[in-house]
Design a protein around this ligand. Structure first.
Ligand SMILES: CC(C)(COP(=O)(O)OP(=O)(O)OC[C@H]1O[C@@H](n2cnc3c(N)ncnc32)[C@H](O)[C@@H]1OP(=O)(O)O)[C@@H](O)C(=O)NCCC(=O)NCCS
Length: 159
């Protein structure tokens, strides 16, 4: 069982944007713009969360949105310096819990077939592979794997 490090998960605020963009740039070649993050911050159906460590350092974020009774994960990243300490797990579980509170039943996302770490994370949290979208990503022609889970599977029983 993973020993989760102390962390706070709270809604993302406009003041978090600089730290979010720094993490975004350190994680990916194709990145969301500042404007894309800002647009999501004001979305009524959005669930946008950040994770802070015990010193208040912003370590990761998840941006997601509700559509009918589903939560779609748009983007998730953890600063490379803070990986394998349970931050993504905390972020996804907190987003799932909030989505469940707002009436959703399931969660889904797309992940690049080459992104093994993220697929391992989602399998660890109880997601299943639903289908593959061939050559979905225009930058490198990678396939997208669509994964989903019941929110009850992602949110631990005791929470
Ligand atoms: C994928 C990512 C968000 C994981 O963040 P994280 O905070 O390190 O994940 P966690 O610590 O919560 O990992 C939980 C479990 O997921 C699995 N996992 C996570 N990263 C893994 C990796 N690199 N290799 C294998 N398994 C991994 C493990 O089972 C892990 O448990 P363990 O550490 O006890 O073995 C992070 O690697 C990242 O930001 N990657 C770049 C951006 C990205 O790919 N985002 C997802 C786009 S769909």
């Amino acid at each position: 069982m993973m020993n989760l490090s102390p962390a706070t998960v709270r809604p993302a605020l406009p003041g978090d944007l600089g730290a979010i963009l720094d993490i975004e740039k350190s994680c990916r070649t194709v990145t969301w713009s500042a404007g894309a993050f800002v647009a999501e911050l004001s979305g009524e159906r959005s669930i946008n969360l950040v994770a802070l460590d015990e010193n208040g350092t912003l370590c990761g974020f998840v941006f997601a949105a509700l559509a009918a009774d589903e939560l779609e994960i748009y983007t998730l990243a953890v600063d490379p310096k803070f990986r394998r300490r349970g931050f993504a797990t905390r972020l996804l579980r907190a987003a799932a819990e909030e989505a469940r509170r707002r009436g959703a039943a399931s969660v889904y996302l797309e992940v690049r077939s080459k992104n093994q770490p993220a697929q391992s994370l989602y399998l660890f949290l109880g997601f299943d592979i639903r289908w593959i979208r061939r050559k979905y990503y225009s930058d490198d022609g990678d396939d997208a794997i669509v994964m989903s889970a019941d929110l009850d599977t992602v949110v631990p029983l005791h929470s």
